[in-house]
Design a protein. Structure first.
Length: 294
């Protein structure tokens, strides 16, 4: 018996299965084409994802340039001499928004091996919410070296418009040697009283004379007094166990300690509750009390 050719067998199977078999075979062939045709592209995509993963891991495990970044960041910070100007800007911005933020507590701390100074400021707050928010936004814009560590607010009732609370800020400055103090203003001479003027006695023997009693002498001029203190207390700074205070005069804020001079005043004593000043022209003592703790 001779073998049946393959072509005849296939024709016999197709006639026996009918057209559904032809459709199924065609679908199977198309699916195989799509599957194996897209396989190289998927393989390339998978290889790309694996390469990106390896690169990301290498960057994560690479040694960081922390020293260079820290050095550049430290160089970009303002120096220690900018402390007074920064404090003055904070209080002036608060006053411009109608907020009361005076009487703050300031403390310093050295970081980064003594190259960085961190000044922690705790300010009591009182004002409406909208000005408070505008003030904080202005501080973040004007002073990039200033960070907001804590903000707590409360009000007595829901209808009360005024908020009260506390704000804690951190100001970062580069540590620098203290600049030499500039000599104070020249000592103003003490005011002198006009010398009394005496009229020369008349040499006329028969001059007209009045029998009326002489007028009483003019009252003695009052002794000069020192003017009211032109300074306002803006806060105190405890640094290396030394208490200093911020005094504001107009738009100027100055950090003073015992023995300093500011204008026509000598700083005689500084405590945590008051500042004793001496008005230099008259050597008159005056005290600025601000409360607190001793």
């Amino acid at each position: 018996m001779s073998p049946v050719p393959l072509r005849l067998r296939l024709r016999y199977l197709v006639r026996r299965a009918g057209w559904p078999a032809l459709v199924g075979a065609a679908l199977l062939a198309g699916a195989a084409t799509v599957e194996f045709g897209a396989l190289p592209e998927a393989h390339d995509k998978l290889a790309g994802v694996r390469a990106a993963t390896v690169k990301a891991r290498a960057q994560r495990n690479a040694p960081a340039h922390g020293t260079a970044d820290a050095a550049s960041l430290l160089a970009a910070l303002p120096g220690r001499e900018a402390l007074e100007a920064s404090i003055a800007a904070i209080h002036q911005a608060a006053a411009a928004q109608g907020l009361a933020a005076s009487g703050g507590e300031y403390r310093s701390r050295k970081e980064a091996g003594g190259e960085l100074l961190r000044y922690e400021m705790t300010l009591p707050l009182k004002g409406a919410y909208a000005p408070l928010r505008a003030w904080l936004a202005e501080l973040r814009t004007q002073q990039p070296a200033l960070a907001i560590d804590e903000l707590s607010l409360h009000r007595g009732t829901a209808e009360q418009g005024q908020l009260e609370g506390r704000l804690r800020l951190a100001l970062y400055l580069r540590a620098r040697p203290a600049a030499a103090k500039t000599p104070g203003d020249a000592v103003s001479p003490a005011p002198t009283l006009p010398a009394p003027q005496f009229a020369a006695a008349s040499g006329e023997l028969f001059a007209a004379r009045s029998w009326q009693p002489p007028p009483p002498p003019p009252p003695a001029p009052s002794a000069p007094k020192a003017p009211p203190l032109p300074f306002k207390y803006a806060g105190k700074l405890v640094e290396d166990k030394l208490v200093r205070v911020f005094l504001t005069q107009g738009a100027t804020t100055t950090l003073v300690a015992q023995g300093d001079q500011i204008g026509n005043y000598d700083i005689e004593r500084v405590t945590t509750t008051s500042v004793a000043l001496v008005y230099r022209p008259l050597r008159e003592k005056q005290t600025l009390n601000f409360g607190g703790y001793d």
